[in-house]
Design a protein around this ligand. Structure first.
Ligand code: PMV
Length: 321
């Protein structure tokens, strides 16, 4: 017999500025993307003895009792239940996501966050963002070894985050909403490879690369000030400068350069690659009225998918249906 349905969601994320330099101790900023979502729906059934976890997009269905510890969905469930001090309910937990996989948009962290929130709704509890973020980080470690902590923080807080390696990530509120057009290349970003290449280049010419990282740090600091002031032309100009430095570091690609140029010609305030580079996404900062024009230009320049999203300090959502 159907007992109750609990559903919760979590946004994707995107790095705004500072990728790669962040590996060398410089700051980076990342923001939630509410246009794409992971959703977890828990159907509790009286008398059911196991909890089935269904990844509907992947066509996978696993019983919690027999899922191995390396199964990230089962691990998110187990860690959440431990936090809530509850035994697993019987029934089905189904997970669905519109966040592109392996695109640097935090799909794994968003799925874990949605699972945590759906189970908390069932237990009649709210998991504080800091605890949810720590829990999601533990799940992320299964895939990534030593994740930076950006994804879980941005997604669990649903807020922009200022991030410096080795320091606790700092969520911060943004007073003015702004709009991004995100253009996916459809090519998974080979982050491990680009991070390795940057390391080789840095070892070969540390002075030049330390200089590039310092320049990026200056742009990221200026970017935060522009964001807080709502100065979009300034923030856009900083995006273009950050892109130039990423290209100098060797992590751009012809498709990324083409998308950035298309956004510029279509009237974006600024554009840059986001994340590891060579694939993944380009972000363009736009006036809302220009979003469709820029999106069309990006499609014509070869974008495989486009998301138009406002960036604001959105609240976490968890609802009992
Ligand atoms: O594409 P993402 O979101 O996984 O970002 C990679 C960011 C890098 O700075 C290139 C690597 C890192 O670990 O910070």
């Amino acid at each position: 017999m159907l007992h109750a349905l609990y559903t919760a969601s979590a946004p994707g994320k995107i790095i705004l500025m500072g990728e790669h330099a962040v590996v060398y101790g410089r700051p980076a900023m990342a923001v939630p993307v509410h246009q794409v979502q992971a959703t977890a729906t828990l159907t509790v059934q009286d008398g059911a003895s196991d909890l089935w976890i269904a990844a509907t997009d992947l066509g996978q269905r696993t019983a919690l009792s027999s899922a191995p510890p390396v199964n990230p969905l089962a691990q998110a469930v187990r860690l959440t239940l431990t936090f809530l001090q509850r035994a697993a309910p019987g029934g089905e937990l189904s997970v669905h996501s519109t966040i592109p996989l392996a695109g640097g948009m935090g799909s794994g962290a968003a799925v874990s966050t949605a699972i945590g929130r759906a189970l908390a709704a069932w237990a009649g509890q709210t998991i504080p963002a800091a605890d949810l973020s720590a829990l999601v980080y533990e799940v992320e470690r299964l895939h990534h070894g030593t994740p930076s902590g950006i994804d879980n923080t941005v997604i669990a807080y649903g807020q922009p985050v200022w991030f410096v390696k080795g320091q606790p990530p700092q969520p911060f509120a943004i007073p003015h909403t702004f709009w991004l057009v995100i253009a996916s290349t459809g090519i998974a970003s080979p982050t491990r490879e680009t991070v390795g290449d940057v390391r080789q280049s840095w070892l070969a010419d540390p002075l030049r690369f330390e200089g590039l990282f310092d320049d990026i740090a200056g742009l990221v600091n200026a970017g935060r000030a522009a964001m807080l002031a709502g100065d979009w032309p300034r923030l856009g100009a900083l995006f273009f400068q950050n892109q130039r430095l990423l290209a100098e570091m060797g992590v751009s690609a012809p498709i990324l350069d083409r998308l950035v140029d298309a956004a510029r010609l279509a009237g974006a305030f600024g554009a840059k690659l986001s994340g590891g580079g060579r694939g993944g996404n380009v972000i363009a900062l736009v006036e809302p009225a220009a979003a469709e024009t820029v999106a069309d230009a990006l499609r014509q320049a070869g974008a495989a998918a486009i998301f138009i999203t406002p960036v604001s300090a959105g609240a976490a959502r968890a609802a009992l249906l």
